[in-house]
Write a protein that binds this ligand. Structure first.
Ligand code: 3NM
Length: 539
């Protein structure tokens, strides 16, 4: 049996490791169960096996794979791949150089390469289409399977950098699978988020070891994975994420009205400066604040109807508590608003924020100009503390906000004189290979909101953080059929209106604080869209 390169189906790629078999199961049993339930490609990876044993095992599994019309790939051992007539060979960065592998295996055998960085793609592209046929992009998440990993987990954002490098290099021939720590709790999110910025390609598949090989019921585990690959619709939050035309003032008023009637619980994990002010802003908007950082209660809180998490990473909450909270809210599809305070100010903050970004799906990510530029990677300069950067062009900030929205498949908000809101949720859809037809960084919906300069906003503490509380109240208070983007736009309009009113009434920064809460209180108790003055512009 011979497979042409175009016949390879990378969607569910099983890589073996006989060191993790459950009791009573052979590798043959596990591979067979996988093949019967949707595995589309198999790689034998035996780091410690003797050659003779490896060859015997590989021959038996090759026959099994071929009986299911599935190709077999051999890890690392080019000699074994040639000797048994395998359909492909997979090598890592420290194994035999690719041009030598190709010389040995000839033009027809598929060659796979482990890739973790964009510069490795540049090398692959220089070799051209006759060398590497597919890449395993990893390590995505921490895994116990790969001993002595040389790379830190890259998360979906790292995989997107690799997909972008393939597009930049026009390496259209090269297929991709994501690998490392992939399990049913993160696969939908990975497939959803991992799209090149131009929208032209997504992963061609996922590659797993332990999820199938170590499973006591490998068939059932494979079925779950296959169903996630086939689903292609990621309902990560109860609200509707379908992109719709922007509503009018009346519609925004109705979003506010629904939110104030619901009185959503807003769990704040936030910095000390914001705690008191954020609680009062939430109360002014008729939400119910709880400033809890207790790990053992996050699941109980997340399960309360309309509960919403505002995660402000200027906090000093223990990382395990924060991770548990993200998992808890994601599991029950309640929204999380992520505010990466001082995103790149220090190495500690950068690592902390990136770890959390890799761990969950956020309904909204909001930041100031410095934070959004940092998240977009348009500029990797360190931030000065938590300050916004003045003087950046609106065009640059719009571009950065769009990148953040599209990369994290979220609603991104960049605050400043012009607030910018971009909707990267792409209707909650994901595909294999095809990317996001009709959507890319440059085409996703985006609006700006402007109401003249309100410089006094920058003279009080936690004004930006409290926009986070306001967004949480608006999103959290909605019904399941309400629209996520509209809720966020309403929150930003409301906060800007309140800021303008307060700036006109106050005598200085002290009374501005008080007037801001008063204005939010009045706007939410006496809803009248005619007093909402900010100008909304579709970009
Ligand atoms: N290669 P699991 S990670 C074989 O990063 C392998 O290139 C990786 O195992 C890479 O699905 C990995 O059990 C192990 O996490 C993946």
């Amino acid at each position: 049996m011979k497979f042409s390169k175009t016949q390879f189906d990378y969607s569910l790629y099983l890589v073996t490791d006989s060191g993790m078999l459950p009791e009573g199961k052979t590798l043959y049993d596990q591979v067979e169960a996988g093949l019967q339930n949707g595995v589309s490609l198999v790689q034998i990876r035996e780091k410690d096996a003797d050659t003779k044993f490896f060859i015997e095992e590989a021959l038996a599994i090759k026959e099994l794979c071929h009986s299911h019309n599935v190709p077999l790939i051999i890890n690392d051992r080019v000699d074994v791949a040639i000797a048994i007539g395998a359909d492909g060979v997979h090598v890592g960065q420290d194994d035999m150089p690719i041009p030598m592998v190709r010389k040995l295996v000839g033009p027809d055998m598929v060659i796979g390469w482990s890739v973790g960085f964009a510069h490795e793609v540049d090398e692959l592209a220089q070799w051209g289409p006759e060398m590497v046929d597919y890449i395993g992009i990893g390590t995505l998440f921490a895994t116990q399977t790969k001993k002595n990993p040389k790379k830190a987990p890259m998360g979906p954002a790292g995989a997107i950098r690799v997909l972008d490098a393939l597009e930049r290099n026009n390496a259209s021939w090269c297929r991709t699978v994501g690998i490392g720590g992939l399990h049913p709790d993160n696969i939908e999110r990975v497939l959803y988020q991992c799209v090149s910025s131009n929208g032209k390609r997504s992963l061609d598949g996922i590659s797993v070891v332990s999820d199938i090989v170590a499973s006591s019921d490998a068939g059932a585990s494979t079925k779950v994975l296959r169903s996630l690959l086939d689903k292609r619709d990621y309902k990560f939050v109860e609200l509707d994420v379908k992109q719709k035309a922007l509503p009018s003032g009346e519609d925004f008023a109705s979003v506010l009205s629904i939110a104030t009637k619901t009185r959503p619980l807003i769990q704040h994990i936030t910095n000390k400066v914001h705690q008191n002010f954020g609680a009062n802003v939430t109360l002014a908007l008729q939400g119910s604040p709880i400033m809890s950082e207790i790990e053992s209660e996050v699941r109980d809180l997340a399960s309360i109807p309309n509960a919403t998490l505002l995660l402000n990473t200027g906090s000093v909450a223990p990382i395990d508590m924060v991770k548990s909270a993200i998992r808890a809210y994601n599991d029950v599809k309640r929204p999380i608003i992520f505010d990466p305070v001082g995103y790149s100010a220090t190495e500690t903050r950068l690592t902390f924020n990136n770890t959390l970004l890799a761990l969950g799906q956020y309904s909204c990510i909001k930041g100031n100009s410095s934070e959004i530029i940092g998240l977009s990677e348009l500029d990797n300069k360190k931030m000065k503390g938590v300050d916004a950067t003045a003087g950046l062009s609106l065009d640059l900030l719009i571009k950065a906000t769009r990148i953040v929205a599209f990369k994290y498949k979220t609603i991104a908000v960049c605050t400043g004189p012009h607030d910018i809101i971009a909707d990267g949720t792409v209707n909650g859809k994901y595909t294999l290979s095809e990317g996001t037809p009709d959507q890319s960084v440059d085409t996703i919906p985006c609006v700006t909101i402007f109401d003249g300069e309100i410089p006094i906003m920058g003279d009080i503490t936690a004004s930006g953080c409290s926009l986070g509380s306001t967004i949480a109240c608006m999103i959290g208070g909605q019904k399941n059929d309400s629209n996520l983007f509209h809720a966020v736009v309403t929150a930003v309009l409301l906060f800007k209106t309140a800021g303008k009113i307060a700036s006109e009434r106050c005598n200085g920064s002290g009374s501005f604080h008080v007037e801001l809460i008063d204005a939010l209180y009045r706007l939410s108790h006496d809803i009248d869209p005619n007093v909402w003055t900010p100008k909304l512009t579709v970009v």
